[in-house]
Write a protein of this length. Structure first.
Lengths: 351, 252, 268
């Protein structure tokens, strides 16, 4: 069933005005700068904060309807919620934390613990069952929180910056876990984040929330190719290249990229490159850049004085440059160009 | 926060030495230009009398500042024995006076006033209490002073002499609390000193027959004969006796 | 936990030391002056037994009632948007700063024989409160319960609401949230407040003597017994006081070890 959200709510000086529909099995990411209203949106969807007007429905269940005053309290929405941090109840061990949801819904202690065990095993953290939350690492705690959110077969998943309190290596693990846990299920997921990598890796669609308003919505590719606001361009315009990392070399198919300093162990990784840090040349450039490759322009998108050029073969990448710069190169759509980027401009994060 | 818990405990334990220290410091601070300070430690029931004596004495001796410290006799005795700078000790009973005399090795004291017991009742005596016997009536709520304080011990003795078998509802820690109980209507009757009820309109008193009467003796002693002696003299002079009479005391 | 190097100005040692002396010296003097030889005879004496028994029974009943009505009060004050809740909190904790004797008079003004509520109780049920064990408990509640309310209210006010919301999101209804999340999260403050309330109740003197009076076995608690002993057997009073200090000290040490750090924001 899908989650339909129409929320109008005062946020201090501003207003939160959001209309979203999240389909069955869809992961919708809401991304925005701090103070945009992301957490308020999530709290209203959960039923923790009231709305001034609008409706929140899940299938044919009405969760909130400001017009009729109908309100289903949070404990009756059967949600799976994963907050940014400190999700676990400190005085319960991991097993009882995961069993808490089923227990609250009237399942016997024994059965709740059995389910909790099964869920922990599913996420390969069964060995943590007896641990106290305080003794867990940030990544472990988030894994447990995710297991707990899923154990009671929730109607929908609400994730509030699920990776932002974690270090790079832990981010990767939690992201992978979330991807696995939300793929091939019928439940809608709403993920709030300010992390572009989260958004691009987890979101089937991405909604951009700025100052209480959705300014753009679409797939990551659509947003990166044609950002409608400066924030989107700056944040989502980044190029992500998945591949396997070995030392300072990331290999993605037949494309190799030398990356900047990092402390990852290797293996699956994502390289990020800002569109402005890539240069285009008509001929193979002289000089030092470690990464130089020949590519083909698939499209050119002109907005004001900036131009975004999409390259394909051997890798899909967006380059941003000035209109004058592109004119100087003198290559149009379908033409061949050389691209270069310094290794220090390529950062990697766990995949 | 736990500090608060201990306040009561500390108060009990610390009051005596602390008061002594403060009083000593106070007198030590008086310079040569200031009036000479004479500390008079007097039983609380002597408050009105002492105020008058202080005024009269200071009028006659402008170079002297009489400071009256009012408290229960046992408290005063403990303060004096702990080294408080008292020139005069006027006690409501001989026992505490004897404690002080023994402790400091002083000579005999003079009984300068007597106080007799009365039955305290509500104004107009609505329950028609006529004497000690009535206090054993089961319909009455009776307040006495605890036998540990002098007024309580005297009251018990008086009731014993009268043959009255009284079951008090409460044994107050000082005799004025007995009067307060009756004044507030929490008790129907009580036993207190005549001086405690004289001049009050919120209570009335019923006299105790002479046969049962227990009279409290008030001894006074100049602990410092030089500065305290003249104060004691005034207390036992005609003006002192008049003040005592006004306050309901008997004079020997 | 390792000790961090001190960051306070060293000169503070002086006033801090003065404060310690203020507390420690009277207690030490008391212990030094107490006639320890009479400890057993005083402990086995009937008057002491009656007073200790009455103090223990009344203070425990007081603590029980304080929990039954003080915890709900703290929850209502900390967790609702009740209009004037600040004022209500102030009123409910005012008795902490009231001189205890005045507290007793205040209670008499409500529950005394001539007072409005007291008269109703007398007329309708034939119940008079003053001079009874119930009066002792009421006096103790009046002065001691604020310790529980204020400790718990401030803990509830400062505790992170996240876990409670989390529990609700997981399907927990209000009673389950209260018992499985809210109460455990303020467990330290609850224990500290309870012990403080009990200690204040067992030490209560001024309000009790004024409101409940003093009758052996009925209303004469240990502090009253001590005060009376001071009148003519100071040695016995000192010994009784030492017994009370001993009990309180034991409680405070227990508090300091486990519970006080949690309410003052430190970590155990």
């Amino acid at each position: 069933m899908s989650l339909a959200i129409t929320i109008r709510r005062a946020l201090g000086e501003r207003r939160l005005e959001v209309d979203l529909e999240i389909a069955d099995g869809e992961r919708l990411v809401v991304i925005g700068p701090n103070g945009a209203g992301k957490s308020s949106l999530l709290r209203s969807v959960a039923g923790l904060d009231p709305i001034d007007s609008g409706r929140v429905t899940f299938g044919d269940e009405i969760w909130d309807d400001a017009a009729t005053g109908e309100h289903r309290p949070v404990e009756s929405r059967r949600l799976g919620v994963v907050p940014q941090r400190d999700a676990l109840l400190a005085h319960l061990n991991v097993l009882d934390n995961v069993a808490y949801g089923p227990r609250s819904q009237g399942v016997s202690r024994r059965e709740a613990r059995r389910r909790a065990h099964r869920e922990l095993e599913r996420f390969h953290i069964g060995h943590l069952a007896d641990a106290r939350p305080r003794s867990l690492s940030g990544g472990e705690a988030q894994r447990v929180a995710i297991a707990r959110a899923l154990v009671a077969e929730p109607t929908a998943l609400l994730l509030d910056e699920p990776t932002s309190a974690l270090d790079l290596a832990a981010k990767a693990g939690v992201r992978a876990l979330l991807t696995a846990a939300t793929t091939a299920t019928a439940r809608p997921s709403l993920i709030v984040t300010h992390d572009a990598v989260d958004a691009l890796t987890l979101g089937d669609r991405i909604a951009v929330l700025e100052e209480g308003q959705i300014t753009q919505i679409g797939t990551g590719r659509e947003l990166a190719a044609a950002p409608r606001t400066g924030y989107v361009a700056e944040l989502l315009g980044i190029n992500l290249i998945r591949g396997s990392l070995n030392g300072s070399t990331l290999t993605s198919g037949n494309f190799e990229l030398t990356v900047g300093a990092h402390d990852l162990p290797g293996g699956e990784a994502i390289a990020t490159v800002r569109p402005r840090s890539i240069s285009l040349h008509r001929a193979r450039p002289e000089g030092s850049p470690r990464n130089v490759w020949q590519s083909r322009i698939s499209s050119i998108d002109r907005t004001a004085d900036r131009v975004r050029v999409r390259l394909v073969d051997p890798v899909e990448i967006v380059v941003e440059l000035t209109a004058a710069g592109l004119d100087a190169i003198g290559v149009g759509e379908g033409g061949e160009v050389w691209a270069s980027v310094k290794a220090s401009e390529v950062s990697v994060t766990g995949g | 926060m736990p500090v608060v818990v201990d306040v009561l405990r500390c108060r009990l334990a610390a009051t005596i030495p602390l008061c002594a220290v403060l009083l000593t410091m106070g007198s030590a601070c008086s310079g040569s230009g200031a009036p000479e300070r004479v500390n008079v430690f007097a039983a609380a029931s002597l408050g009105a009398v002492m105020a008058e004596v202080e005024q009269l004495y200071e009028a006659a001796n402008p170079e002297v500042d009489v400071v009256v410290n009012l408290a229960g006799s046992s408290t005063l005795a403990a303060q004096i024995l702990a080294g408080a700078d008292a020139a005069v000790f006027a006690s409501a009973n001989t026992a505490q006076m004897d404690l002080v005399r023994d402790g400091l090795g002083l000579g005999p004291a003079t009984v300068f006033a007597t106080n007799e017991l009365v039955i305290v009742v509500a104004p107009g005596n609505p329950l028609e209490i006529t004497g000690p016997d009535d206090l054993s009536r089961s319909d009455l709520v009776v307040a006495l002073a605890a036998p540990e304080v002098p007024a309580g011990a005297y009251a018990m003795e008086m009731l014993r002499r009268a043959g009255a078998d009284v079951a008090p509802a409460t044994l107050e820690l000082d005799v004025r609390a007995v009067v307060t109980r009756v004044a507030l209507g929490e008790s129907d009757a009580g036993v207190a000193y005549r001086t405690d009820v004289i001049g009050r309109s919120d209570v009335a008193s019923v006299s105790v027959p002479d046969d049962y009467q227990v009279v409290a003796d008030y001894p006074v002693l100049a602990i410092d004969p030089e500065t305290g002696g003249p104060v004691v003299e005034m207390l036992t002079s005609a003006v002192g006796r008049a003040a005592l009479n006004d306050a309901g005391f008997g004079v020997p | 936990m390792s000790r961090r190097p001190s960051t306070i100005p060293r000169l503070l040692i002086v006033p801090a030391g003065l404060a310690v002396a203020l507390f420690a010296l009277p207690i030490l003097a008391l212990i030094a002056r107490a006639p320890w030889g009479e400890l057993t005879s005083i402990l086995s004496d009937d008057d002491t037994g009656r007073a200790v028994g009455l103090s223990l029974v009344t203070s425990l009943i007081t603590t029980g009632i304080a929990l039954a009505i003080g915890v709900p009060l703290a929850l209502v004050l900390a967790r609702t948007r009740l209009p004037g809740r600040r004022i209500i909190l102030a009123v409910c904790t005012l008795s902490m700063v009231l001189p205890p004797v005045v507290a007793g008079v205040a209670l008499l003004s409500v529950l005394g024989r001539r007072a409005p509520l007291g008269r109703l109780l007398d007329d309708w049920f034939g119940v008079t409160v003053p001079f009874t064990g119930a009066a002792v408990v009421i006096a103790q509640l009046f002065v001691a319960m604020p310790f529980l309310v204020i400790t718990l209210e401030s803990a509830l006010g400062s505790v992170d609401r996240g876990p409670e919301e989390m529990a609700r999101a997981l399907g927990a209804r209000p009673w389950r949230v209260l018992t499985t999340v809210t109460v455990p999260s303020v467990r330290s403050a609850l224990l500290a407040g309870t012990v403080l309330t009990w200690a204040r109740a067992i030490g209560e003197f001024g309000a009790t003597i004024t409101f409940a009076g003093n009758l052996p076995g009925v209303t004469r608690t240990l502090p009253t017994e001590t005060y009376l002993a001071l009148q003519n057997s100071p040695d016995r009073a000192l010994m009784l006081a030492v017994i009370q200090v001993g009990v309180c000290l034991a409680v405070l040490i227990a508090l300091r070890r486990r519970w006080v750090p949690a309410i003052t924001g430190g970590r155990p």
